[in-house]
Ligand binder design. Sequence first.
Ligand SMILES: [Zn+2]
Length: 233
Amino acid sequence: MKNILLLLVITCSTSFAQTKPVKIFISVDMEGIGGIGTSKMTSNNGKDYDTGRKLMTAEVNAVVKAIFQVGPATVLVNDSHGDMQNLLHTELDPRVEYIQSNIKPLGMVQNLDESFDGIIFIGYHAMAGTENGFLAHTGAGNVKGLWLNGTEVGEGGLNAYYAGAKGVPVILASGDKTFTEEIVKVVPTRTVATKEAIGSSAAKLLHPDVVHKLLQEQTTAALKDLKNAKALS
Ligand SMILES: [Zn+2]
């Protein structure tokens, strides 16, 4: 009888663990999205901006699909590029909630708080002035550099520290190769390189379908390993 009772308790606690949704924040910029190879694609009056928006939305959807394949989740997506009104409402996975437009006091990490289990950066780029960083900049184009306690950081580094202050680990970061090399110097995280910059305004690209597959593999791995993810301190 005692054994049966113990078994029941284990069964109950296991099923509870499986159904508790994970809470994931996705901060999505545009320059580092797979398939975006010109600055015009990231500018709302530029050539192929419509394609850029589709690529950005599809890349978010690819990550969201992988999250929900692992188990139940609550996902908040924060549109974090330019006027922050890029994601295509009707093409976005309906399982997410999302934030659009600015001005938002916390910008790319608006509404991130201690309740989240992890944050994912996608579409990110290297910091201002970086050699071979595709469309590298920090914040607005007139910012020459940003330092935190004497260390120069880009948008990814700044947001990683904010997440760290809230106890939220960066579980995946994606963008051009130079960005991925930059972010792991700040915070240990999984990365996906979507392209390799040629100077600051051109890039050698992976096909978006290949990027989606890589992101899904890393998202799955990150979620399965969530208990070992550490917030930056
Ligand atoms: Zn951007």
